[in-house]
Design a protein around this ligand. Structure first.
Ligand SMILES: [Ca+2]
Ligand SMILES: [Ca+2]
Ligand SMILES: [Ca+2]
Ligand SMILES: [Ca+2]
Length: 732
């Protein structure tokens, strides 16, 4: 059942809430237990020549434009809007969509992109084998570029961004495929007049605009299983200004007489449909692709694949131990001698991350050995005995199946009891219940929200962290919350000691700064299994002349900020610095490399953080102003409790820029270290802020104060940062 309200139609964007997508959580090299962190950074890419300042009207998206046009039509008067003032500095590009969102390797694809301020200087494609070239960058809201895909390019997902004088855009996904591709040709919106597909296999790149539906006629032979699969939500997982927050396509197949012969909406919990179509007779069939509630908009971009190809829907077990070879069973279609089942082995690399991909499916990676579930185990009296730490690979193999396990714990043992199912592609929505030896329920969990799996539309896996109050036997019962079951309802039940650790993420992943300017980088910590300690952040391998501040994520806190400062003579371009975090966990010193990430809004309401492949820090030319403090670089400012320390903030404006700058208040260490906000008037180029240290400020406390500036003029709001000021509280 879908729990969301239905809103049909479109809402204008703003650059701020424009959608920003995600990357599949293939997870290799991420998070705790990942491979050693490689020290590398992308050499500074010099821009051939940075753009002249973009002038003229503030850019707007197609949607905003359309809405405006409609309004203008209605009012019939709004012709004489005053000319927008010139921009004070280039605006950061924001991509709203790209179309097509993929291409066959060995071909060159012309791509249209829509967004704000996206006239590209360069098209950046992360992942290898794809190179971009600007075809038409004459309008800032809609541009064309070509992407040459090398014949030997690895199939799969790439990350595409626009780089121009405003910096680096958000990430968009571009898929490198192996099958021939075509783009849809409108009009194809009537069942009676579909677009004709001459031969299979094919990938059709299309777009569902306002209330659109697309029809394609394809040949099919009786007895052949065709796989019709759609990539749509997977290309753009979250949309900020649509409910439920993604394109939800469905497929319907009609025979020559127009009768419906097949239908698919969601593939289990994924909104993108997957259909196995067996034509009743040889002939032509017509497939319709549309949104479930007839919405349409520019970012409803899809890839429809029609092919007689092997398609694996399930692998069992759902995971294996690092460095081992696991015997597995596959289910699916067109798999070979027995078309719907096959056997194989999966090699799990010793340095694998949290998951690997097996035939397109996620495969869990663990350090624990696994045992198999042994049926019958449907009651307390038939509970399967297991010995933690352990993983059980099992199935809720028929509707109503209950799986009971029993294990012994010592007093004060602490265990994480968790199900890995939905995260590994299983349709199961688990409920895990813990009972003591007298069969009294002591804990239960349905859903636990895994912050590293924000891509899921529903985090359905269960997790209990439990400290055992007494020695003895305990029971676990596992079931599907709706009592569903079947071969595909597989799970991994993990009983393990807690592993306190952390994952660091940098969002946004596309910060920018001017020449001689400072960027503030926000690093968030996802803490695992109650790790609460301090994390020391460091920036590695910056190019010569660049400096970075130190920063801490304090004990119990989930976020820290540091600054990176470019030298006065820095060349505009992009760099990908490496940011690491170091912490003491138990007796060990642990270092983790921060991964880049996007913070995405869904349906005006929810925010999700999804990993991206690379951090891009842009050095842009022509900034309107910069700010700096009077504290010399490298000096640690010593302050005493009950003291006031004046600091001068200098504002350096570009020629011709006259606007004032607001310096907002700073509040550190629970409000024991503060400054008040000040305003630097247009005719002034500095102001004093006063660092007030309260009586109860903790002596010995070290903080990094980041002062920012805000200039609001000519329809722009421009935020700048001063190099972080290290502050330490010393005794009176
Ligand atoms: Ca269309
Ligand atoms: Ca769907
Ligand atoms: Ca079972
Ligand atoms: Ca659940």
């Amino acid at each position: 059942m879908k729990l969301w309200a239905i809103i049909v139609g479109r809402t204008p964007w703003s650059a701020r809430d424009a959608p920003v997508p995600r990357q599949a959580g293939e997870g290799v090299g991420r998070g705790p237990g990942g491979p050693p962190h490689h020290k590398r950074w992308l050499p500074l890419l010099l821009l051939p020549a940075m753009l002249v300042l973009v002038t003229g009207a503030q850019q707007e998206s197609d949607a905003a434009k359309a809405a405006k046009a409609a309004a203008a039509k209605n009012v019939q008067a709004a012709k004489k809007a005053p000319a927008a003032p010139p921009l004070l500095e280039p605006v950061q590009p924001v991509l709203a969509w790209i179309y097509p969102a993929g291409g066959q390797r060995g071909t060159t694809v012309e791509v249209t992109a829509s967004g704000t301020s996206i006239a590209p200087e360069t098209v950046l494609v992360t992942g290898g084998g794809v190179t971009g070239k600007v075809v038409d960058g004459s309008t800032p809201n809609k541009v064309k570029f070509s992407l040459a895909i090398a014949p030997d390019a690895e199939p799969g997902e790439r990350e595409l961004r626009i780089l121009n004088a405003g910096g680096v855009s958000n990430r968009f996904r571009f898929i490198v495929g192996e099958l021939p591709e075509i783009t849809e040709v409108e009009p194809n919106s009537e069942k009676s007049a579909p677009q004709k597909i001459a031969s299979l296999p094919v990938v059709i790149d299309g777009q569902i605009l306002d209330a659109d539906r697309d029809y394609f006629r394809f040949p099919a032979k009786a007895g052949v299983t065709l796989v019709l699969s759609v990539e749509a939500r997977s290309l753009l997982p979250f949309i900020a200004d649509a409910v439920p927050g993604w394109f939800d396509p469905q497929l319907t197949v009609y025979d020559a007489a127009g009768r419906q012969v097949a239908f698919a909406d969601d593939n289990r919990f994924r909104p993108d449909p997957l259909m196995f179509f067996r034509a009743p007779t040889d002939g032509d069939y017509t497939v319709e692709l549309r949104d479930v509630v007839y919405r349409g908009r520019g970012d409803f971009v899809y890839r429809l694949t029609i092919a007689e190809r092997p398609c694996v829907t399930d692998v069992f077990p759902l995971g294996g131990k690092r460095g081992s070879e696991v015997a597995v069973e596959y289910r699916g279609v067109n798999l070979g001698v027995n078309p719907t089942a096959a056997r194989g082995t999966v090699k799990v690399p010793a340095d694998a991350g949290r998951t690997i991909k097996v035939n397109g499916l996620p495969f869990g990676v663990s350090d624990l050995a696994a045992v198999r579930e042994v049926e019958p185990n449907d009651a307390f009296d038939r509970a399967q005995r297991i010995t933690p730490p352990v993983i059980v690979d099992g199935r809720i193999d028929k509707p109503g199946d209950l799986d009971y396990f029993v294990f012994s714990a010592k007093k004060d043992d602490k265990l994480v009891l968790q199900v890995q199912a939905r995260r590994l592609g299983s349709p199961m929505d688990s409920v895990l219940t813990l009972y003591d030896g007298k069969r009294n329920q002591v804990a239960e969990n349905d859903d636990w929200n895994d912050p590293l799996e924000a891509i899921l539309t529903h985090n359905a896996d269960s997790r209990i962290l439990y400290t055992f109050p007494a020695a003895g036997d305990y029971y676990l019962r596992l079931r599907d919350i709706q009592g569903k079951g079947g071969e595909e309802y597989a799970y991994r039940l993990v009983l393990d000691a807690p592993h306190p650790d952390f994952t660091l993420r940098i969002a946004p992943d596309n910060p920018r700064m001017g020449v001689g300017d400072t960027a503030a980088i926000t690093v968030a910590a996802v803490r695992h299994d109650e790790f609460a300690g301090e994390i020391k952040l460091a920036v590695e391998n910056l190019p010569l002349g660049y400096t970075a501040s130190e920063a801490l994520i304090a004990a119990g806190q989930n976020e820290g900020r540091l600054t990176i400062t470019a030298p006065a003579g820095a060349a505009p371009g992009v760099l990908s610095p490496v940011i690491t975090g170091m912490a003491t966990i138990g007796k060990d010193t642990v270092m983790r490399r921060a991964e880049s990430a996007e913070s995405l809004m869904q349906a005006f309401a929810y925010t999700h953080v999804l990993p991206t492949r690379q951090l891009f820090l842009a050095v842009i030319p022509g900034t309107a102003y910069t700010i700096a403090s009077s504290i010399v670089e490298g000096k640690v400012l010593e302050v005493k409790p009950e003291s006031d320390t004046p600091i001068v903030i200098k504002v350096l404006r570009k020629d011709g820029v006259k606007a004032g700058v607001t310096i907002p208040a700073v509040r550190l260490a629970n409000g024991t270290i503060t400054t008040k906000g000040v305003f630097v008037a247009p005719e002034k180029d500095e102001a004093e802020i006063v660092l007030n240290v309260a009586k109860d400020a903790k002596v010995g406390l070290r903080q990094d104060m980041i002062v920012s500036g805000l200039m609001r003029a000519n329809n722009q709001s421009i935020v700048r940062y001063a190099r972080a000021i290290p502050v330490v509280v010393v005794a009176k």
